[in-house]
Design a protein around this ligand. Structure first.
Ligand code: MN
Ligand code: MN
Length: 456
């Protein structure tokens, strides 16, 4: 009791920790959009022999304890169920994370030429410090859907032999006026134009550089300029996730908010094979812009999927569905701000998260007087503390910064509206929403362990 509490680095199995984090890094490098996350996880589900809800329904099939069934919403959000040994009517255990991340999206009419340079217009998505997104290598990820319905997947800038793209910034020599602006306007949103070409198409007189880019798109992807109208192309930082620090104790990569919680959530559901309560893992889209739309947490996607699963299990009625929700427990798996020694002034040291001290409970988020927050129940937190202690999980508790320093939200309050117990519980991140975010391997691994404990 008097001994110093051991760190996760001392309690964790080092080879299991490193193996999990290597898998996570590969996932981060390969999956930089919500669509790529859904595709990769669906492939893994199929390989594990899981069926989609649509397949089970079409076959008039049934579901037994241990079975895994999944459904996606417009290829951008994914829900996975593993049936428990108890009846579903006793409630379920739910891990909910988001797989969209801040970025720049191409506009619908993006390509233009200016002074012999070809550029793409973008509209940023989510909360970004725009000045962080200039003068860094960028990649294009997404899909172009043609009039006939065929879809062309695009991913340029990730292979070592691929070209990369970027947004230019003003040279320091001529930045006198720019440097006087405040940080919110030093780079204007309308100036986030991505440079994609400078070589004219030979024989072309007008807009020859743009014509050359279009010729290359036609040749390599079969895409016409008008096809951008029905495209979703995301401009994201190029290159793989990396180990970070002399001691390789951290991970640097794009989109760790919230893939650093989405990946362990998914893996926990896949690895806890015989849960008592039915396990649910929901990986949702649009969290960064308010959880809106058919693929966001505000949609009925999850409730509809639950109705279908209950129907297959023979226990569906609208009333029973409402009851199941109120008997269920949720971890809103989202990231927390890690204490940054460069910016101690925004944190209150007794109630903030630190890298390496394990997954973080945020009883509430919100801003000002907890406005917009889900405020988790003491009873639920007591239950979770008992659960975590049972498996010796190292965890911490936090608020998002000092009182009145700012704020933020997650999907927790939306799930709480359904009448179930919910609290935010995820990994602490440095540089949140920057092109490259930093996490601790110890936290990533301990969070995976914690999610498994929750589902068991
Ligand atoms: Mn998040
Ligand atoms: Mn975020």
């Amino acid at each position: 009791m008097d001994n110093k509490k051991k760190t996760i680095w001392e309690t964790a199995d080092p080879s299991a920790l490193e193996a999990f984090c290597a898998d996570y890094r590969n996932f981060l490098s390969a999956c930089k959009t919500e669509r790529e996350c859904v595709a990769a996880m669906t492939a893994e589900l199929k390989e594990a022999g899981a069926k989609s809800l649509a397949e089970v329904i079409a076959e008039g099939g049934s579901l037994q304890a241990g079975d895994v069934v999944y459904a996606d919403m417009m290829k951008k959000s994914l829900v996975v169920y593993r049936i428990g040994t108890r009846p579903l009517t006793d409630g379920f255990r739910f891990l909910g994370a988001h797989i969209d991340s801040p970025r720049m999206d191409l506009k619908q009419n993006p390509l233009y030429e200016d002074t012999d340079l070809a550029l793409l217009e973008t509209h940023y998505y989510g909360g970004i410090k725009k000045y962080q997104w200039v003068a860094v290598p960028l990649a294009l990820h997404g899909v172009v859907v043609k009039k006939d319905g065929t879809a062309v997947d695009v991913c340029i800038g990730e292979k070592p032999e691929d070209p990369v793209f970027g947004v230019s910034d003003l040279l320091i020599h001529l930045s006198g006026k720019q440097m006087e602006k405040n940080a919110a306007t030093v780079i204007e949103g309308e100036n986030l134009n991505v440079l994609v070409g400078s070589k004219p198409l030979s024989g072309e007189e007008k807009q020859a550089v743009k014509a050359n880019v279009l010729a290359l798109l036609k040749e390599q992807y079969g895409i016409e300029e008008a096809d951008f109208i029905s495209a979703e192309i995301e401009v994201v930082p190029a290159g793989p996730a990396r180990e970070y620090g002399f001691d390789r104790s951290m991970i640097m990569g794009y989109g760790q908010d919230d893939r650093v919680c989405a990946y362990p959530s998914f893996r926990a559901l896949m690895d806890v094979k015989d849960p008592e309560y039915t396990s649910v893992c929901l990986l949702t889209d649009k969290e960064e812009i308010g959880s809106v739309g058919a693929t966001g947490m505000h949609s009925r996607f999850f409730e509809n999927s639950l109705a279908e699963v209950m129907n297959i299990l023979g226990c569906y009625s609208e009333l029973e569905l409402r009851r199941v929700l109120t008997r269920s427990k949720v971890l809103s798996s989202d990231v927390s701000a890690a204490f940054d020694p460069n910016y101690p002034e925004v944190m209150e040291k007794n109630n903030c998260a630190y890298l390496g001290r394990g997954p973080v409970f945020n009883k509430y988020t919100g801003s000002r007087g907890k406005s917009g927050s889900n405020d988790a129940n003491a009873e639920y937190i007591g239950f979770l503390r008992g659960l975590m202690d049972r498996d010796s999980i190292t965890f911490q508790t936090s608020e998002l910064g000092k009182v009145d320093a700012g704020g933020g939200g997650t999907i927790a309050y939306i799930l709480a509206n359904l009448g179930l117990e919910v609290i935010d519980f995820g990994v602490a991140v440095l540089n949140m929403h920057a092109p490259y975010e930093i996490t601790s391997k110890a936290d990533v691994y301990e969070t995976y362990r914690a999610y498994k404990t929750f589902l068991k």
